[in-house]
Design a protein around this ligand. Structure first.
Ligand SMILES: [Ca+2]
Ligand SMILES: [Ca+2]
Ligand SMILES: [Ca+2]
Length: 682
């Protein structure tokens, strides 16, 4: 979640310049358990900062209901009720507080769940697993979680740890050990964002161990994970990975333990597939794609499988070349445009070639989906003329520096100079290959278009100020005109002036000072909030409009997960931006969460003082809600000071808690979050 860059309006005589508001909005860092079994109720603890006053927990799906049980600054306890027909997989929720909202993710499964029981740090203390198992765990720093299981020779068992894919900050590793503790299988990062996955082939009958731990032994009190283990089916991909609206498609699911697959469902019960035949690692399924189904990515669920696989609903003819029928450069696969080719770059250097004809000069687009669907493919496309001369190629549409969300999927737009035959090729940019390197290549005549994406999902809009929300316009299929961006459905007292995104990608500076470009244009949309706007929650819709070749195109914006909070990218379930109209405090006091007393029962810290009031008078700091026996020493903070050195003494040397309060002229202008005082040590 990227927050508004809050600027000041200068209404108050321009005294405070452009003070940036420190992060005083709610932030969720951990969720435990990070999911639940559908048809049950679960008590969940959300850990984070600035969670005080949480009023509601709302889900995008009506099948899930949240109820706040208890709300404190660092912790919210909520009860979540899951309807029996909730779609399995990840669901967005929002925690709504008076001072802002935060997005979180909740995983829904069909399996009965339990939590790990510490201590389980060695084989001797391993917990028994009964398959299928779903265990919720926490990886503290240096933590090892051992589980014991029985397997028969030749059995294939799936171990999957769901953590970063839920937004958890857990970089988990798993290892499978034999009865004597020798490691037989290992996985650190299997999925794009560091979650591990192992399919274990048991070499003989007997007892084995599974070990879950943090990469480099990293972990924390809020590093949660969900372990799914058993003889369950696991699907790597569906081939083809999409189907055309209103058509019936025959799919091959590829994975392990697919022999018993009986039920395949598209999305939230939108279509049921008919299982035609199965073998151990394949299942053939006939699926009628409903005519009115929304275009784009959906989830395909296999009953009992660990995870759904992506399935894209398209409006073009789909072909499957995963049988290797496009592998030969001298004998490329003939296709008619428009077409979506589905393939797998299954081995190193694998390249698929397609030949097509155009009857006149025209602009075409070669668009690949790979990474966007969650696969580790880094696809690139190359375009040749009939004589084999390379006309154009594209690897990534943006420079991927790690500073901005990555996009590895090419979108190449090219003007074919004349009628004739052309060849398009797709391969991994580094010539890597793997049976899971799926791609979907769309080749079609370009029809200029654009997308509007909000950079983030939640924002707090402060009264009496201008608040900036970043919106990214991405030009597609050769769009070269300006796009006007505006916002609708605004809360009372909030106004927004339309902004124009010029057809130029936004530059940004890399870590070494070099210049890079985004794959789109960021515009700053300014939300001016009057001083008397009602304090309320709202949902804002962004819109974009542009004219090209005499045609007006209007698009609705979509809120997008932002990399800093969530390790995955993509559109949030709700397309509207959640906003909260709130008052900025007169002062923000940034303080540590925890202090430890020294041998004399004393501790000190520096409070960072950000004045957001007119700042003409000295700030007095006092202690509030103090546990008995806590005393504080601090000097008044002069208007020009941004730091305050605070000394705290505890008569009892016992744990306690206090809040730092800022007053100007006797009036409270701000409070810190609670500071826990603990007994000595580090
Ligand atoms: Ca643990
Ligand atoms: Ca442990
Ligand atoms: Ca990992």
């Amino acid at each position: 979640m990227m927050r508004a860059l809050t600027l000041l309006t200068g209404l108050a005589l321009g005294l405070f310049g452009q003070t940036k508001i420190p992060p005083i909005w709610p932030q969720i860092q951990g969720t435990f358990p990070h999911g639940g079994q559908r048809g049950t109720s679960v008590t969940v603890t959300l850990s984070g900062r600035n969670l005080q006053g949480a009023k509601e927990l709302v889900f995008a799906s009506a099948k899930l209901r949240g109820e706040i049980v208890k709300a404190e600054a660092y912790r919210v306890v909520a009860k979540i009720t899951l309807a029996a027909d909730t779609e399995p997989g990840r669901h967005d929720f929002r925690l709504l507080c008076g001072h802002g909202s935060a997005i979180g993710y909740f995983d829904v499964n069909t399996l009965a769940e339990r939590s790990e029981k510490e201590p389980n740090d060695s084989r001797e203390k391993a917990e028994g697993l009964v398959f299928p198992a779903l265990v919720n765990g926490i990886l503290k720093a240096g933590d090892y979680d051992y589980f014991r299981f029985e397997a028969k020779a030749g059995e294939r068992l799936t171990f999957d740890v769901l953590a970063t894919r839920n937004g958890a900050n857990t970089d988990a590793v798993i290892g499978v050990l034999d009865g004597q503790g020798a490691e037989l299988a290992y996985s650190d990062d299997y999925y794009g964002f560091k979650d591990p996955h192992v399919v274990f082939h048991a070499p003989q009958d007997g007892a084995y161990y599974l070990r879950v731990y943090g990469s480099s032994e990293a972990g924390s009190d809020v590093s949660d994970y969900r372990l799914v283990a058993g003889r369950m089916p696991h699907v790597d991909l569906s081939m083809p990975a999409g189907g055309r609206q209103g058509e019936t498609v025959e799919l091959e699911l590829r994975g392990v333990n697919l022999g018993g697959v009986k039920r395949v469902t598209l999305g939230d019960g939108m279509a049921e597939g008919e299982v035609l035949r199965t073998s151990g690692d394949r299942a053939r399924v006939r699926l009628a794609v409903p005519k009115g189904l929304r275009l784009g990515e959906h989830r395909l669920h296999v009953d009992g499988a660990t995870m759904p696989v992506p399935f894209v609903v398209s409006q073009y003819r789909e072909v499957d070349v995963s049988d290797g029928s496009a592998r030969n450069r001298r004998d490329p696969k003939p296709v008619d445009l428009p077409v979506v080719a589905n393939g797998v770059l299954d081995r190193a250097k694998a390249t698929d070639f397609f030949v097509f004809r155009v009857e006149e000069a025209k602009t075409i687009v070669l668009d690949v989906e790979g990474m966007q669907l969650g696969y580790l493919t880094d696809p690139m496309v190359i375009l040749y003329d009939d004589a084999g001369k390379r006309l154009a190629y594209q690897d990534d549409p943006t420079t991927n520096t790690g500073k901005e969300p990555a996009n590895l999927d090419p979108h190449l737009v090219f003007r074919l100079p004349k009628a004739g035959r052309y060849v398009a090729a797709v391969r991994d940019a580094q010539f890597r290959g793997d049976p899971s390197f799926l791609y979907r290549l769309t080749i079609k005549e370009a029809k200029p278009d654009f997308s509007v994406k909000v950079v983030g999902t939640d924002d707090t809009l402060y009264r009496g100020r201008d608040n900036v929300v970043l919106v990214r316009v991405r030009r597609l299929e050769g769009w070269t005109s300006p796009v006007e961006v505006w916002a609708e459905n605004l809360p009372a007292g909030v106004t927004v002036k339309p902004v124009v995104a010029e057809p130029k990608n936004t530059p940004y500076t890399g870590t070494c000072g070099e210049t890079h470009y985004l794959d789109g244009t960021n515009v700053e949309v300014v939300f001016r909030v009057s001083g008397d706007a009602p304090l309320e929650l709202g949902q804002v819709r962004f819109m974009g409009r542009g004219v090209m070749d005499g045609e007006t195109v209007v698009r609705t914006g979509k809120a997008r997960y932002f990399r800093n909070r969530v390790r995955f990218i993509g559109d949030a379930e709700e397309e509207l931006l959640r906003v909260t109209v709130a008052d900025a405090p007169g002062v923000v006091l940034t303080v540590p969460e925890t202090m430890r007393l020294d041998a004399k029962g004393q501790t000190k810290f520096t409070a960072i003082v950000t004045r957001l009031d007119s700042g003409k008078d000295t700030l007095e700091l006092t202690l509030e809600a103090a546990t008995a026996g806590l005393l504080m020493e601090v000097r008044p903070v002069a208007v020009t000071d941004t730091r305050a050195e605070v000394v705290v003494r505890a008569a009892e040397k016992a744990p306690g808690e206090f809040v730092l309060v800022g007053r100007v002229g006797g009036v409270v202008v701000g409070r810190s979050h609670p500071i826990q005082v603990r007994r000595g040590g580090m």
